[in-house]
Design a protein around this ligand. Structure first.
Ligand code: C5P
Length: 320
């Protein structure tokens, strides 16, 4: 069999809102968050050749310990009971450890693409299970667009779509450890005052569905208090985004990336050039929000040579 190849764009995410409730019995925290895909993307090339023995090779300029691409590939081979030669080439553009879900997106990309190349069908239920074993942010990238996540962050429901607005991302060279950020919140094991703190979260989602647009007045990221206390420069970067016209400006995930959403491209581009002068070229990136329809179209396009119909998750044309 000749090798089957694909070139993928593996998109980043931001959290349009993020609330951390109590600590759960499994050690994770109970969350309410709204995930949103953005157009900033890593590039991944995959080559799969059917073979009796499995070999996996990953080429990447940056060395990533415990790379989720390899763990995801192992899980797919195991679940499909297939063997073969897999070669990956990874080009990183999403800053690592910045709250943008780059590694999680790469892992989900494997779950969507590899079964198609291998020629096996893995139902969504199985993909969701594999994804949550890889990490709390991975399942979201099986859907993209705007999604509401509850539980550990792995239980997902479609949310009213945010319109495809332009964004600025500031990625400070500050590494925030996710487990430490959770510890810093010092949440109790018992649910407390949860419903009270969630009223504004509910309001956000209901406004979104009623008006078809996002009411950004009440958005919040609970990690900001902890992370800004340790890194005050992030608070000031957020202030600069607001001053440049972003509505809202917020930290993504457990940080340290800050994002600002703008009304139009002109305002976004102007803000980006002002912020680049202040913080340096490399730290300020522009992108736009990616809706679920666009996310699916991107996937159908990039897997197009290996699929026959536009179904979700993408289905292989090599099924026997
Ligand atoms: O699932 P993931 O590997 O992304 O989680 C990294 C760490 O973040 C976990 O080990 C845990 O300390 C923390 N976490 C949490 N509650 C969540 C998600 C993550 O406490 N809902």
């Amino acid at each position: 069999m000749s090798p089957r190849r694909v070139r993928l764009r593996s998109l980043a995410k931001i959290n349009l809102d993020l609330r951390v409730l109590h600590k759960r019995a499994d050690g994770f925290h109970e969350l309410r968050t709204v995930f949103q895909t953005v157009s900033l993307a890593d590039r991944i090339e995959i080559e799969y050749t059917h073979a009796r023995r499995t070999s996996v090779q990953l080429e990447s300029l940056v060395q990533i310990p415990n790379n989720l691409i390899l763990r995801a590939a192992d899980l797919v081979l195991e679940a499909t009971k297939r063997t073969g030669q897999l070669r990956f080439r990874l080009e990183k553009h999403i800053p690592m450890g910045g709250g943008l879900g780059g590694g999680s997106s790469n892992a989900a990309s494997m779950l969507l693409a590899l079964p198609v190349l291998i020629g096996k069908r893995l139902p969504l239920e199985i993909l969701l299970d594999l994804a949550s074993r890889l990490g709390s942010d991975v399942p979201f990238f099986l859907f993209g667009g705007t999604a509401l996540a509850i539980g550990r962050g792995t239980e997902l429901y479609p949310a009213p779509e945010a319109p495809s607005r332009p964004v600025v991302l500031i990625t400070p060279e500050v590494h925030v450890s996710t487990p430490e950020a959770y510890r810093g919140l010092n949440r109790q094991a018992e649910p407390d005052q949860a419903s009270q703190s969630l009223e504004s979260f509910q309001a956000l989602l209901w406004h979104k569905s009623a008006a078809g647009k996002v009411d950004y007045q009440s958005v919040r990221n609970d990690f900001e208090t902890v992370v800004f206390a340790q890194h005050p420069q992030l608070q000031s970067m957020k202030g600069k985004l607001l001053k440049a016209g972003a509505r809202p400006a917020l930290m993504s995930g457990s940080g340290s990336t800050l994002f600002g959403i703008f009304r139009d491209r002109r305002k976004r581009d102007h803000a980006a050039s002002v912020l680049r002068r202040e913080f340096g070229e490399g730290k300020v990136k522009i992108a736009s929000l990616v809706t679920r329809n666009r996310y699916r179209s991107l996937w159908w396009r990039q897997l197009g040579a290996h699929t026959e119909t536009n179904t979700w998750p993408p289905q292989s044309r090599y099924l026997k």
